[in-house]
Design a protein around this ligand. Structure first.
Ligand SMILES: [Zn+2]
Length: 97
């Protein structure tokens, strides 16, 4: 398996409050990013506990653009694809996953 492929595997996961905080911080840090994300993705809607009452968790990926220091957090669903729309907390890039 090439390293290129493994980089698209999730790095870790986070809870809904962690995800929401990371996205909010990223959208506040980069000019125009909030508008871009709302133009290109839909929100996640109401996020409730999963079955058995366990809190929802979201995948987190490593950003391929900034020497792998950034983390990609789920911002919503892509409007044009059946994919998760993610935002890097370090460089503000967006990726579909
Ligand atoms: Zn990045």
């Amino acid at each position: 398996m090439s390293s290129n492929i493994s980089q698209s595997y999730p790095y870790t996961s986070e809870t809904e409050p962690q995800r929401a905080e990371a996205i909010d911080a990223a959208l506040g840090r980069f000019d125009g990013l909030r508008d871009k994300v709302s133009a290109e993705s839909t929100g996640l809607g109401e996020v409730g506990p999963e079955e058995h009452g366990a809190p929802a968790r979201w995948w987190v990926w490593v950003c391929p653009k900034d020497d792998f220091t950034g983390r990609l957090h789920v911002a919503g669903y892509a409007r044009d694809n059946h994919a998760l729309y993610t935002v890097c907390d370090t460089c503000g890039s967006t990726f579909l996953r």
